[in-house]
Design a protein around this ligand. Structure first.
Ligand SMILES: NC(=O)c1ccc[n+]([C@@H]2O[C@H](COP(=O)([O-])OP(=O)(O)OC[C@H]3O[C@@H](n4cnc5c(N)ncnc54)[C@H](OP(=O)(O)O)[C@@H]3O)[C@@H](O)[C@H]2O)c1
Length: 350
């Protein structure tokens, strides 16, 4: 494992068998990454008509990786991830890399372009990415930093947009030390808001470095006691009750529920969303839930924010591709500060 990555340029592709590649392979669902993921050889994918074949330089892990790996909660299996076993034999979803080739319907990309985006199967030397989920890599980021951004950054951008954050408003980001939260806190600041972020004690310093106005250690302080009332709450962790969240909102405040982990295997994660839908018509507060949509338009919007210098991925650490299972476990254990990156080519410069 390596620590925080810096920069590297796009080297030529390594000489190897053009039909195979190194990849993480998953044959069955399971909750322990070390049990269900193995590092080995896999067929190199070929771009479909609307796809771009990307040589993956770096990938990243987020909470969603664990859900894809476990097929939990169960409803997501019916939603297309595979009923009995994973439809994709590789749970990686975010990447940054270099365009190798593309399908005949694809326009706007050429071999050698540096890109970032989302796909199915990014824990591999090559991945096929729908062109509509790909964009040019932010020019000021390393591949490792860029790989950290697509899902967490776009989800955060969509959450802030959904909340319609205005300059001068008080915004509370619950889970500012996490993947989505670290981006949301910065994007809210970039929108001119006064931002408070929550984190456990060991991560408050990291959240402070994001440039927030105030950090609350949620293990010591009840941030929903109503002493401070926020115009907007972006909730990415902890599954606080709706009543508590509403108490900390102004009379016309907006809540965006992004997520929060539960032990439940069915609909527990959606309970607050259902309640907010029922309550919605009876309150002046706006109780909203995010269902993020990965798309190149928002990847480009995120790239512009990043290139403006107002937002930067918070990368905690980098693991080699062969140690992807350990990276997923690190995130699952709640140890990550911001994002965890997979160094696919094995030589990201420090
Ligand atoms: N709706 C959507 O479209 C969408 C999109 C992306 C992600 N999500 C969901 O959003 C959630 C966050 O994703 P992520 O990738 O950002 O996860 P993550 O990186 O693991 O971050 C989770 C955050 O939650 C905080 N947290 C954990 N327990 C808490 C508690 N009891 N009280 C307050 N904060 C607590 C953590 O703080 P500490 O680490 O400091 O304890 C951390 O900042 C996940 O449930 C994910 O599935 C939803």
């Amino acid at each position: 494992m390596k620590s925080a990555p810096l920069d590297r340029t796009a080297d030529p592709a390594p000489a190897s068998d053009p039909t195979t590649m190194k990849a993480i392979i998953q044959d069955s669902y399971g909750a322990v990454a070390g049990d269900v993921l193995r590092f080995g050889d896999a067929p190199r994918p070929v771009a479909g008509d609307d796809e771009v074949l990307v040589r993956v330089v770096a990938a990243s892990v987020d909470r969603g990786t664990w859900h894809v790996m476990t097929g939990l909660p169960y409803p997501m299996r019916a939603a297309g991830f595979g009923m009995r076993k994973p439809k994709s034999p590789n749970p990686g979803r975010c990447l940054a890399g270099v365009v190798e080739s593309f399908g005949r319907q694809v326009t706007g990309f050429k071999p050698g372009d540096e890109v970032y985006g989302t796909c199915s199967g990014s824990f591999a030397e090559y991945a096929c990415v729908k062109a509509k989920r790909l964009a040019p890599k932010p020019a000021n980021l390393s591949f490792a930093e860029a790989a950290a951004a697509p899902i967490s950054g776009v989800s955060a951008l969509q959450a802030i947009r959904k909340a319609d954050v205005q300059p001068g408003e008080k915004v509370l980001v619950i889970g500012a030390s996490g993947g989505v939260g670290s981006f949301a806190a910065q994007i809210a600041r970039a929108a001119g808001a006064e931002v408070t972020g929550t984190a456990r004690a060991s991560k408050t310093e990291m959240v402070r470095r994001l440039g927030v106005d105030r950090v609350i250690d949620y293990t010591r302080e009840d941030f929903l006691d109503g002493q401070v009332r926020y115009d907007v709450i972006i909730d990415t962790g902890g599954n606080r009750e709706l009543a508590g969240l509403r108490k900390a909102l102004t009379e016309t405040g907006r809540l965006v529920i992004v997520g929060g982990e539960t032990d439940g295997k069915w609909f527990d994660a959606l309970t607050r969303t259902f309640k907010s839908l029922l309550l919605g018509p009876f309150t002046k507060q706006k109780l909203l839930a995010l269902m993020s949509i990965e798309n190149s338009g928002d990847l480009i919007a995120l790239k512009e924010l990043i290139e403006s210098g107002k937002v930067a991925p918070a990368v905690d650490r980098t693991y080699p591709l062969s140690e992807t299972a350990a990276a997923i476990q690190y995130v699952q254990d709640g140890r990550a500060q911001g994002k965890v990156v997979i160094d696919v080519e094995g030589d990201l410069r420090q």
